[in-house]
Design a protein around this ligand. Structure first.
Ligand SMILES: Cc1cc2nc3c(=O)[nH]c(=O)nc-3n(C[C@H](O)[C@H](O)[C@H](O)COP(=O)(O)O)c2cc1C
Length: 152
């Protein structure tokens, strides 16, 4: 069975709601992948080594990803370097008024891991709407289905 890792951080709850929607999509009854669903501060290199694919979720803080997600990258890079080449990933990001700084900075770091971005990110600027929650669920479902089918 394929392994899907979700790593996210949320301070005031928006990304938490997005992550829960992602989780609903990944655990759709028609899809059979194993999920690890972890807050960034609780995740480590062993989770990346376990994963066949990864989804990262973060708010944009000060024009960058959250410190917690950056800390996850800081703690795992050398530990997994060369062992996770080509792993598919995708992103869900929440921001007050922008989000591009978080998006760009994560993509740069993921290039360093040699991850492959396989789906367009879900970027929610402002308050979370039902339609955006649905997009997060669809993102999780597509990631899980793609992994299961070997498409990624
Ligand atoms: C310390 C801090 C810095 C922030 N910096 C930015 C920023 O640079 N750009 C932006 O669009 N939103 C910024 N925001 C807004 C958050 O990205 C936004 O409220 C996000 O949805 C919070 O997600 P959460 O509820 O999961 O914590 C900032 C929020 C905080 C608390």
């Amino acid at each position: 069975m394929k392994h899907l890792l979700v790593v996210y951080h949320s301070k005031t709850g928006k990304i938490g709601k997005m992550a829960e929607a992602v989780r609903r999509g990944v655990t759709h009854p028609d899809i059979d992948v194993e999920l690890r669903f972890l807050q960034a501060l609780d995740a480590g290199p062993e989770d990346l080594l376990w994963a066949d694919g990864v989804m990262f979720g973060t708010p944009e803080n000060f024009g960058y990803m959250s410190g917690a997600l950056k800390d996850f990258f800081d703690r795992t890079f050398y530990e997994v370097e060369g062992q996770v080449d080509g792993r598919p990933y995708c992103l869900f990001i929440g921001a007050g008024n922008d989000g591009t700084g978080a998006l760009t900075s994560i993509r740069r770091i993921c290039n360093g891991y040699n991850f492959r971005e396989v789906q367009d990110p879900v970027l929610v600027v402002g308050d979370l709407q039902d339609e955006q929650v649905d997009r997060c669920e669809a993102l999780g479902m597509a990631m899980a289905a793609g992994l299961e089918a070997g498409v990624f």
